[in-house]
Design a protein around this ligand. Structure first.
Ligand SMILES: [Ca+2]
Ligand SMILES: [Ca+2]
Ligand SMILES: [Ca+2]
Length: 393
């Protein structure tokens, strides 16, 4: 689904009352996603309702291959923790809590999926009274079948307090020892941060998020939006060619900053929006890029933010990216030397505005910490030549 406000699955009872079982929001690219929805045992007859909610701009949503399978769901490829825990279970010294800020007034103020106080996530309190120093609490996924190829698990985490403790992520094979995918023990500030790790296990396995307490008086670690992509993880966060997903770059759903979402697509797969004739990475119709939804011109000037992962404090960063613009008939390279504040970490925002005509697309975003854009000269050369040769539309 793309650019929709929400897709829901509801339980509909004989008395016309409904119960929300599953929900997804925002643009998820021009590709099929497999959704899993646990239907709790019911004593009376019921129906299931698939519901799409428009947010007032371009978008499509399609549904295919609906199957009812007896027994619990296997591990879903996406879990936003809205309306359900996707079968994740808690064990260890303290319990992981399925909650929103609105329901408890503790933990992160907003979740990562919806960016509202009503959005849900999983929370582990790591304060010493709940999780004494050195003890652990674990969040375990349902069992996932063995993989024939390497997958990347992406997740977002949020820490609170001076000493939030250590977050480690493991693969737990059904038979065998755990394999660590990820570890972080830094105080991160009030922000959701992106984590990832490669999974390549041929037997059945589970994912484990483990928090170890550090003896703080008030602290926590929260998890949201766990997804699996069918590719291995990008080797570095500093280059994103969009061939393996968004690499930690993300759309925001915050209505106070933008209206639209950047949408991942390719020329080959695109049926709805106009696009550049090829992507910038591969120069083919199969290559992927981000496009600003552009079918309804009455919404011209509406904007979309693309947010970078949170970047560590640095003396400077060289940012370059390739843009396909309405007035150009080629990709042009734009680079910015951005001096980030030394005290706090930061995010880069690429903001697109929908124009009256033409296509706006983004590809090959690269940031290089430590400045001295060594590829800058090449970037300018490649940019200027096509601009001279290329007739404006
Ligand atoms: Ca969420
Ligand atoms: Ca947006
Ligand atoms: Ca590309």
């Amino acid at each position: 689904w793309r650019s929709w406000a929400a897709a829901n699955v509801n339980l509909l009872f004989a008395d016309s009352s409904e119960e929300l079982l599953w929900t997804r929001n925002s643009a998820h690219g021009n590709v099929w996603h497999e959704g899993h929805c646990s239907v709790p045992p019911q004593l009376t007859t019921f129906q299931l309702v698939f519901e799409a909610t428009r947010s007032g701009f371009d978008g499509q949503l399609a549904l295919d291959d609906v199957a009812f399978v007896a027994g619990p769901c296997s591990l879903p490829t996406m879990c936003s923790f809205e309306s359900q825990t996707c079968g994740y279970t808690s064990s260890g010294r303290a319990r992981w809590i399925h909650q929103s800020w609105a329901s408890t007034k503790t933990g992160p103020k907003t979740d990562h999926t919806l960016e509202t106080e009503n959005g849900f996530y999983m929370l582990a309190h790591s304060s010493s009274d709940v999780l004494p120093e050195g003890s652990v609490t674990t969040l375990t996924s349902p069992v996932r079948r063995g993989l024939s190829h390497t997958e990347c698990v992406h997740f977002w985490y949020h820490t609170g307090g001076e000493k939030p403790g250590t977050l480690k992520v493991y693969i737990k094979p059904t038979d065998g020892n755990r394999i660590q995918l990820f570890s972080s023990s830094i105080r991160q500030g009030h922000a959701w941060r992106h984590g990832q790790g490669n999974v390549n296990w041929h037997g059945d396995w589970q994912l484990e998020f483990e928090v170890k307490g550090e003896g703080d008086l008030f602290s926590f670690i929260a998890i949201d939006d766990i997804t699996y992509s069918t590719h291995s993880c990008p080797t570095t966060d500093s280059v994103c060619d969009f061939e393996k997903g968004l690499c930690g770059w993300s759309n925001t759903q915050n209505p106070s900053v933008d209206w639209l979402d950047w949408d991942l697509t390719s020329v080959q797969a695109e049926m709805f929006y106009s696009t550049p004739p090829y992507d910038h990475t591969l120069y083919t119709e199969e290559g992927h890029f981000l496009v600003l939804p552009n079918s309804q011109r009455d919404t011209a000037t509406q904007n979309a933010w693309l947010l970078s992962p949170h970047l560590a404090p640095t003396k400077g960063t060289c940012l370059s990216f390739w843009v396909y613009q309405p007035t150009m008939c080629m990709y042009i390279c734009i680079y910015i030397i951005k001096w980030l504040v030394l005290v706090v970490s930061d995010q880069i925002v690429l903001e697109g505005f929908k124009g009256e005509k033409g296509v706006l697309a983004l590809d090959d975003i690269r940031y290089t910490v430590g400045v001295n854009c060594s590829f800058t000269f090449l970037c300018i050369l490649v940019t200027i030549i096509p601009m001279i040769l290329c007739e404006h539309e």
